[in-house]
Design a protein around this ligand. Structure first.
Ligand SMILES: [Fe+2]
Length: 270
């Protein structure tokens, strides 16, 4: 028995997508995703099924792309994601999870994808459970500063002008400031602050170079860039994971090649 919608659901153009009491099947989850709608935006009955269906949708796009069945013990990574998304409600920083979800459905999906990809890499590098969890939390919250960026800039179709780029780039600083004082591991603040740095010094805000960027930040840097290329955005279509990997490998020394290789080896062509 699938859970059902408690409301009519419309696409962004106001057309009816799902009538009230429609069953939430995997096909429907995909349909909603194609329209950039998350189940967290919809009332579902019975409510006890919300957690599993929301999670299924949250990971569904990446699941399809990474063909999770080929990744050993994928459920371990899902367990960590559940801890970050759902069990965090009792943590001082848990409110950020809901806030990201409420502010932008694609940002929420991006945060989950970046966390999953980062966890995959961290596990391949032999990280302990504790280090993995901290990496996952930091990766999930890496773009939290974007909740302070106006929607007109965040969702703008086409390229941003110089002023808008300046505003958008503040999200790293905003993120680190937002996360301060919520009893998070220091690495989470560092990830928020530095995930747009690049190995060759061409990133922002500080223009750091490889030796100044810790491995967790390097992992999120790659996961973020790959998901940004391959995932849905309101303003353009998505690309294949293999295209994302190729694009990063062709960027010279901007990105750490050993981390791109781990994703390439783990997930293969898609
Ligand atoms: Fe970012």
């Amino acid at each position: 028995m699938y859970p059902v919608t408690q409301m009519d659901v419309y696409d962004k153009g106001g057309r009816l997508l799902l009538a009230k009491k429609s069953p939430i099947t995997p096909q429907i989850i995909n349909l909603l995703e194609r329209h950039g709608i998350l189940l967290s935006e919809i009332e579902i009955w019975p409510p006890e099924n919300i957690r599993s269906t929301q999670f299924a949708q949250a990971v569904s796009s990446l699941d399809q792309r990474i063909r999770a069945s080929r990744v050993d013990h994928y459920e371990q990574l899902e367990d960590i994601m559940v801890a970050i998304i759902f069990d965090s409600k009792t943590k001082p920083w848990g409110g950020f999870v809901q806030t990201i979800s409420n502010y932008s459905s694609w940002l929420y999906a991006h945060s989950i994808n970046v966390a999953l990809l980062s966890l995959l890499v961290g596990r391949e590098l032999g990280y302990s459970e504790k280090r993995l969890l901290e990496l996952g939390i930091g990766a999930f919250l890496h773009d939290v500063g974007k909740i302070l960026i106006a929607k007109s800039i965040l969702d703008k179709p086409g390229t941003l002008d110089d002023h808008e780029i300046k505003v958008m780039r503040q999200h790293t600083e905003f993120g680190a400031k937002l996360l301060n004082g919520f009893q998070l591991p220091q690495i989470c603040l560092e990830i928020a602050a530095k995930h747009h740095e690049r190995m060759d010094g061409s990133g922002y805000p500080l223009g750091l170079t490889a030796a100044q960027i810790v491995e967790e930040v390097q992992i999120v840097m790659v996961a973020d860039a790959i998901d940004a290329i391959t995932a849905y955005r309101p303003y353009r279509s998505s690309s294949l994971l293999s295209e994302g990997i190729t694009i990063l490998l062709n960027k010279g020394d901007k990105y750490p090649h050993h981390i791109i290789s781990i994703i390439h080896t783990s997930l293969g062509e898609s």
